[in-house]
Design a protein around this ligand. Structure first.
Ligand SMILES: [Mn+2]
Length: 311
């Protein structure tokens, strides 16, 4: 089945750690078709404030009722619904990811977000402001703030803004969660204690905190570092998070690879991630491992001849 049938007792579902694309899709579908919403677990950092703002009523597992129709959105594989499983013969699956792991037909379209597909399916003549906010929130997060948007994204966006009167800044307000007091303190202390090294014109910053390692690494990039490390020590275990600026990644610095290689050399240490965001953790001294990472990062920068391209 690739169409939602109105009038049936329907359950709407989406993936674990639901993001604004999932939340926005579920909210809009529930508004238009009625029915229940269930999520495998609680939404992610941006999904949660959006769900709260929209007053989206969702259930968490276990499923206690049977439905005539199950509509799954934004979910490329059934394992992302764990621990929920649904009868596939009653399922409508709507997605925009290029590949999928479903054993049934998926209503798939090449769009930058799932909300765009759903907006087209419903083809509404009117939109409430909150529906507009829900839809735009999905588009913003799935395109990384419109950086990956296409002509179709903007066409749909223009329609939604016209029909709903929602503004982009209102949407940003609903998906930004306020930091806790302890996170703010960690960020300030992380900045205060940070150390810096210069390598081939790049600035590497590193620091030690008690928690919120990735948030602190993010903050160090925003304050001016090209590459950052934030580490913490808990008893005999350490955790180090790193971030790399996009333009430096393009020059060949890959922190996920570097972390992965280092982890292989030690028992009880694991690590890896993306070129611009990686984590290393395990048994050991945080200072020791941070210094190792900084040393190898400097070597990697030299190897890639980055100095030539930095003025
Ligand atoms: Mn999506």
């Amino acid at each position: 089945m690739d169409k939602i049938r109105p009038g049936l007792k329907t359950l709407f579902l989406s993936h674990q750690n639901a993001d604004p694309d999932a939340i926005g899709s579920l909210y809009f579908l529930q508004k238009r078709y009625g029915g229940d919403v269930v999520l495998p677990n609680s939404p992610d950092r941006k999904g949660k404030p959006l769900a709260e703002y929209l007053n989206l009523r969702y259930k968490l597992p276990p499923l206690t009722e049977d439905y005539e129709q199950y509509v799954v959105v934004d979910t490329p594989t059934p394992t992302q619904l764990d621990p929920i499983s649904i009868p596939l013969e009653k399922a409508v699956i709507i997605d925009h990811h290029p590949t999928d792991g479903w054993e049934v037909e998926v209503h798939k379209e090449k769009r930058t977000s799932c909300v765009e597909i759903i907006y087209d399916m419903v083809a509404p003549e009117k939109l409430s402001k909150d529906e507009g906010i829900a839809l735009i929130a999905g588009m913003i997060t799935d395109t990384s703030g419109f950086r990956r948007a296409t002509v179709d994204t903007f066409r749909t966006l223009a329609d939604i803004i016209e029909l709903s009167g929602a503004s982009i800044s209102e949407v940003y307000d609903t998906i930004s969660s306020r930091r806790t007091y302890s996170e703010k303190i960690c960020r300030l202390k992380g900045a205060e204690r940070s150390l810096h090294v210069r390598e081939s014109g790049l600035l590497i910053a590193y620091t030690y905190v008690s928690s919120f390692e990735s948030s602190v690494s993010d903050m160090l990039l925003r304050t001016g570092a090209d590459i950052s490390f934030s580490g913490s020590q808990r008893d005999e275990n350490f955790l180090i998070s790193s971030r790399v600026r996009n333009d430096i990644i393009k020059m060949g610095v890959d922190m996920g690879q570097l972390f992965n290689e280092l982890a292989k050399e030690f028992d009880n240490v694991s690590g890896g991630g993306h070129p611009g965001a990686a984590v290393l953790k395990g048994k050991g001294e945080v200072e020791e491992f941070t210094e190792r990472l900084v040393r190898r990062t400097r070597a990697m920068i030299k190897e890639r001849d980055i100095s030539i391209r930095i003025q």
